[in-house]
Write a protein of this length. Structure first.
Length: 374
């Protein structure tokens, strides 16, 4: 079946006319040109990536080209493939995949079971095919994954964390039990200068401008937040109607916290122009180790990952099925990063561990106070 599918994909790609216009996004050391056959998707991507769009015409060739096609003929073609095992605590089928050999290159087909979008991950022009107009967020993720992959091949570590620059300090926020890293990040951004990233951070030591200093790179992915984040943050109220906010406030606290209803929070619009910044120095981690059912007040403890290695699990993140290393070897199913590498490189960075009950306003005050010690 894979050979027939590849043949069908090739035939379709050759015959499908693309929109004459393309867009190119620019990130530190890497640029991506995005082409599509869908004017609707192009308009969506152009608006979404506006803060990082490169002016046309592009002076230098892009680092990579990506293509996305609106087409429904490939739905259900990946149903019988191997399931990509999900992280602990998550259930249901999400991704299925199969590896193929094409032109002496290992390539991977990844199928989104719930949406029907098919991805062809390869070195030359990765491709997405399916109902892309209906699921633009998956195409956005696919595009930004190429940037993450390139940095990982250069030795950066992937962190499951939000990031911001506040009082000229780079703070990464990760969560154990309870979560809420995006919510706390947006509260802190009231006193901050720049949003770096919402859910993925690249971590490394700086080799050029600030040799030996830790650095973090984000991705221009707008925070996708739930109603529980919106209703208690005045700046975010405009994302929903007043009527909807009152309905949400009437829900039990735990039900509101668990409600999955995603909204994009455009930080450049909600906070200030140029709020997104692609990278900055990393000065400290904030680790959320609090509990929703705790009756204790929120507290902050100063520590490091070397002193509290259990906190490392909040930061470590697998690159997932789209990643292949510099030798073109794709990540095997259920392969987890080596904690020792994270600890060896990040072990001495200051950590502010938040424990007790969830209280974002209190946590904001505690973190702002702790930042003064850096």
């Amino acid at each position: 079946m894979p050979s027939h599918l590849i043949s069908d994909l090739k035939h379709y790609i050759v015959s499908a006319p693309l929109v004459p216009e393309s867009i190119t996004i620019g990130l530190p050391g890497f640029s991506i040109e995005i082409s599509t056959n869908s004017p609707v998707l192009l308009k969506t991507l152009k608006a979404y990536f506006n803060p990082v769009l490169l002016p046309d015409p592009i002076k230098t060739p892009p680092s990579l080209k990506v293509a996305a096609y609106e087409n429904h003929q490939f739905i259900d073609r990946g149903i019988q493939w191997q399931d990509w095992k999900r992280e602990a605590g998550k259930s249901g089928r999400k991704d299925s995949f199969i590896d193929i050999e094409e032109k002496n290159e290992t390539q991977r087909l990844i199928y989104k079971v719930k949406t029907g979008v098919l991805f062809w991950q390869k070195n030359d022009t990765p491709v997405a095919v399916g109902p892309v107009e209906q699921h633009p967020n998956q195409i956005i993720n696919f595009i930004l994954t190429q940037y993450l992959n390139e940095n990982l091949r250069q030795g950066w570590l992937l962190g499951h964390a939000a990031g911001l620059e506040i009082q000229h300090k780079g703070i990464a926020i990760a969560g154990l039990s309870g979560g809420g890293k995006s919510t706390l990040m947006l509260h802190l951004l009231e006193d901050g200068e720049h949003f770096i990233s919402n859910d993925r951070l690249l971590l490394n030591t700086q080799q050029t401008a600030r040799p030996g200093q830790f650095w973090m790179r984000g991705i221009p992915k707008q925070p996708r937040i739930n109603p529980g984040t919106i209703v208690y943050n005045k700046r975010l109220h405009k994302l929903i109607s007043q009527e909807r906010r009152q309905e949400l406030l009437a829900l039990p606290t735990e039900m509101l916290r668990e409600l999955e209803e995603k909204y994009d929070a455009d930080v450049n619009t909600l906070y200030h122009a140029d709020c997104f910044k692609p990278e900055t120095e990393l000065n400290a981690f904030v680790i959320l180790n609090w509990l929703s059912d705790s009756t204790d007040n929120a507290q902050l403890k100063h520590t490091t990952l070397n002193q509290s290695p259990k906190l490392l699990e909040a930061i470590i993140k697998s690159p997932g099925p789209f990643y292949s290393d510099s030798n073109n070897v794709f990540l095997a199913n259920q392969t987890q990063p080596d904690p020792k590498e994270y600890l060896d490189r990040l072990g001495n960075i200051p950590c502010f561990e938040l424990t007790g009950g969830i209280d974002f306003h209190k946590a904001r005050d505690l973190v702002l106070e702790a930042i003064q010690t850096l």
